[in-house]
Design a protein around this ligand. Structure first.
Ligand SMILES: N[C@@H](CCC(=O)N[C@@H](CS)C(=O)NCC(=O)O)C(=O)O
Length: 221
């Protein structure tokens, strides 16, 4: 079995997506927790692995991969058993729809979260989060509710890696709570995801991040 190493921190949604994928695949790995506040991700040794200085980073037998979406799909293709392969379907069209929602996570959901956290985890110090950046999250919830109108999961009737990546980000937006009467499908999807056997690695980190963001919002209110 090749040696798999994941570099990350629990509060990071993309790291949690990788942790859930590894759990779903039942793959053994070493988890190296970085001290981001101490600048460990800015050290030359880490920058050699990822010049973007972001986590997660995966090493598989010494080969380096960055970006959670790339890491998760790679892991499924390389280590997934027959049943796990459905997480990233082989059919070209089905796969394209999964990719589309992975890009949605990266380009829409995570971008909206980052527009908030940039004011918190800022090298020049924390600052007040503009209210419009928080309100903008509503648009992401609107999109999700539309995706889930006729689908049980983000891309259809089966759970895929798109659900894994999106749930990690969506549960990190809970400082701007969803109104379950306005978003019944999204609320049901979140509950369903939370019951899946591989979900548990998301819990602690999401709670830590939300607690941290809420404390920041209170401090600057
Ligand atoms: N698209 C990337 C985003 C990774 C990312 O931005 N990670 C954040 C933590 S959530 C990070 O490492 N930030 C530290 C930095 O930018 O210096 C992914 O999915 O892996």
């Amino acid at each position: 079995m090749p040696k798999i190493v994941l570099y990350g921190v629990d509060p990071s949604p993309p790291v949690r997506a990788c942790l859930m994928t590894l759990r779903a695949l039942n793959v053994e790995f070493e988890y190296k927790v970085l001290n981001l506040q101490g600048g460990e991700h800015m050290q030359p040794e880490f920058l050699k692995k990822n010049p973007l200085h972001t986590v997660p980073v995966l090493e598989d037998d010494g080969k380096v991969l960055t970006d959670s979406h790339v890491i998760c799909t790679y892991l499924i293709q390389k280590y997934g058993g027959q049943k796990d392969k459905a997480l990233y379907p082989a059919d070209l069209y089905e796969r394209a729809i999964v990719d589309q929602k992975l890009y949605f996570d990266c380009g829409v959901l995570f971008t909206k979260l980052r527009a908030v956290t940039i004011h918190i985890f800022n090298a020049t110090g924390p600052s007040k989060v503009p209210q419009d950046k928080i309100e903008a999250i509503t648009e992401a919830y609107d999109f999700l509710e539309k995706f889930l109108q006729t689908n049980e999961y983000i891309t259809g009737k089966n759970v895929t890696v798109a659900d894994i990546c999106c749930i990690a980000t969506v549960t990190s937006l809970a400082f701007h709570p969803l109104d379950s009467s306005k978003y019944p499908k999204t609320t049901a999807w979140i509950k369903k995801m939370q019951q899946l056997p591989f979900y548990s690695p998301n819990e602690k980190g999401a709670t830590e991040l939300i607690t941290f963001i809420n404390a920041h919002l209170k401090q600057f209110s």
